[in-house]
Design a protein around this ligand. Structure first.
Ligand code: PLP
Length: 492
């Protein structure tokens, strides 16, 4: 299977090449040329299989230039005791119609681990296959969680270096400590005086900078990406939608064929897009519910067909969703226009130039078949955390709370699986404030203790003793200085 550009500006490439490049050199994202269709019998036959078996099966459909052994190696390395449960992605029942899919049992307590434990392994195999002699430089823009998950995934991976940019005042103390205490001899972490979109836009511009690319090549380097613009990051996420559905079938919560809605707290539209791919492959997916926080750009887009980023940017208590440019929407739009790359390219240009684009009525009608949007503001988020704890004795993090709130407004009658994207300890101040009804004056690390004591939830091993670890990264730069920082790190 080959991969094509969402902007009709690149010849088809192999999976290895799409993963090694990260994004299309001239702008645009790689998508599979066709989506593998699975029969009902084939899907149903996977019920009861382990997460790893399901992963090998799904990956094999898309990575046709990888051997079965390559895939098995990657999967075995990614999903093992580095997760704190053998189930990898357990489902927790709230009631007959609502299940929480816990995606944060990996090493950094965020759902990003589900993909990022695997992506580096896929990339290393890609480098081998393509016989690339250059060192691969992974550039990451993070709103908090991707950074640490990517650092953990790539640290000490041969033939790679990873440089992470995060908004210096836009992440939680726990997130910042997780990143700046990362060890490994190929890791770099830089705080940026700007927001996540500044970081992401700068990284995209670096990828598109041809002059820099040449200098890099002369010095034995090439860039790639661990953000969800990389197909190698998106693909692993398709797996847990199959695993979750089959898990429901196994538990007899649904009969095979019943449609299940997936509710996804959304930022860059990667996670929810993976659910769409799962549905296109044949999984009985009902509605995809796209849940946003106060930065409700996607909610407005799904309501109107107008994507308008000319608005204030809010820093909220669900910071991993504080995004105004939702990169993976581009892949979805490509599909919704019947693979019209020229149209998508125009919209993306308009977004860049004018900050706004409007999709045509036909595209809008296609989108409406799959997705509904909704939003929860900060106080609704906190109220949901409190209510869920009172009613179900279950502690939600802020992102998952946004999703549950929106899910309850959008009930379709199908069983809803709500993606839980972070361990509650990761956003402890907000979670504790929700439960106590007031903000705590204690340090974040003291609050962690309090939350664990109060609710009896298990502390995540990746969040223990953060204050005792050595701070190994202290570089900061202006948002205009991101490219210069990269060049400085690489000695260019
Ligand atoms: C990254 C992240 C999201 C958003 O996921 P997307 O794939 O970017 O839509 C939601 N919640 C948490 C906790 C995250 O880390």
């Amino acid at each position: 299977m080959n991969y094509i550009s969402t902007r009709n500006n690149c010849e088809p490439v192999s999976a290895a090449s799409a993963i090694a490049q990260g994004m299309v050199p001239a702008g645009g994202l790689f998508v599979p040329q066709s989506i593998p269709a699975l029969s009902t019998e084939e899907i149903a036959s996977m019920a009861g299989k382990s997460y790893q078996e399901i992963a090998r099966w799904i990956l094999g459909k898309y990575l046709t230039d990888y051997t079965a052994e390559d895939i098995a190696d990657c999967v075995a390395g990614a999903y093992n005791t580095n997760f704190d449960t053998a189930e990898i992605a357990p489902l927790v029942k709230l009631n007959d119609n609502e299940y929480i899919l816990e995606l944060w049992h990996g090493p950094t307590a965020a759902f990003k681990d589900m993909a990022l434990q695997l992506t580096p392994r896929l990339l290393v195999k890609a480098i081998e296959k393509l016989d690339l002699k250059q060192e691969v430089i992974i550039l990451v823009a993070t709103s908090g969680d991707t950074g640490k998950a990517a650092l953990e995934g790539f640290k000490n991976v041969k033939g790679t270096r990873i440089i992470v940019f995060y908004p210096a005042h836009g992440v939680s103390r726990v997130q910042e400590l997780q990143m700046v205490t990362t060890d490994g001899d190929n890791t770099y972490v830089v705080g940026v005086e700007g927001n996540f979109d500044d970081c992401q836009s700068a990284v995209k511009e670096i990828f598109a900078d041809q002059a820099l690319k040449e200098t890099m090549a002369q010095n034995g380097y090439q860039f790639s990406s661990a953000n969800s613009i990389n197909w190698g990051r998106l693909l692993p996420q398709i797996v847990y939608y199959f695993a979750a559905y089959l898990n429901l079938v196994n538990q007899k919560a649904v009969s095979y064929g019943d449609k299940v809605d997936f509710v996804v707290p959304t930022g860059n539209f990667g996670n929810i897009l993976a659910a769409w791919y799962a549905g296109q492959m044949g999984l009985p997916v009902g509605k995809l519910v796209c849940a946003s926080n106060k930065n409700r750009i996607l909610t407005d887009f799904f309501a109107t067909g107008v994507y308008d980023r000319r608005r204030d940017f809010f820093q909220t208590n669900s910071p991993s969703m504080d995004i105004l440019i939702s990169s993976n929407l581009e892949r979805f739009l490509f599909a919704m226009t019947g693979n019209n790359g020229d149209k998508v390219a125009q919209w993306m240009d308009a977004l860049k130039q004018d900050g706004i684009f409007t999709v045509d009525a036909e595209t809008k009608a296609n989108i409406d078949k799959f997705v509904v949007g909704g939003a929860a503001d900060e106080s609704e988020t906190l109220a949901m955390i409190k209510q869920c704890y009172t009613d179900h004795n279950y502690v939600l993090d802020t992102h998952t709370a946004v999703a549950l709130k929106v899910s309850r407004e959008q009930q379709s009658g199908n069983v809803a699986v709500i993606d839980s994207t972070a361990h509650p300890c990761k956003f402890v101040s907000s979670v504790l404030a929700a439960l106590n009804g007031e903000a705590s004056q204690a340090s974040e690390l003291e609050q962690l203790e309090e939350l664990v004591q109060k609710t009896g939830i298990a502390q995540h091993s990746g969040l223990q003793d953060l204050d005792k670890k050595e701070v190994r990264h202290s570089m900061v730069c202006e948002k205009e200085g991101i490219s210069a920082a990269v060049q400085q790190i690489l000695g260019l």
